[in-house]
Design a protein around this ligand. Sequence first.
Ligand SMILES: [Fe+2]
Length: 195
Amino acid sequence: MNVDPLHIIGNYYRPGSAAYDMLVRHGDQVAAKALAVAAHLASDGIDETFLHEAAMLHDIGIFMTNTPSLGCHGDHPYICHGTLGRELLEGRGLDRHALVCERHVGVGLSAGDIQRQKLPLPIRDMRPLTIEEEIICYADKFYSKNDRQNQTARTTFEIVAMLRRYGEPPVQKFQAWVRRFENGGRRPSPSDHTG
Ligand SMILES: [Fe+2]
């Protein structure tokens, strides 16, 4: 099936609106980072077309959340944007893209995380499983969604500090991704502070 991410986004976001510009800019940034990781891995098994499409669409659910700072005026808490995006894309027959939406929040939420943190989400495993799901979840951590035009990527150091608020397990998972996706398996050194 031919998937045109901007056409799909245009069904839910008015081109030129603050939310549209933010979503497309963020999607472009995450897609570029994801494709750079794929190029670095040089693995035959990565579907780069899908990686680009899904990176562009991973946050499509945010318009249904109540996040006025992003120009989104829906009813749902922000944390629900992943599951909302999944439902939306499944409704369009894009089941594989839909799972990327659900599985990109934080470093991926387990059913236990959802229960312990009493998150307003269905209790099921939402951790990224496929290589494309993992790369997009990873790439997403480098970019916030805001209206700054010349936004630079967060450093891995900043991402680790952000994740540490949720305990050590997400930090360790992210650092394992850094080793796998950036460093060809070597341990990050203290000078590895660029994203
Ligand atoms: Fe994102």
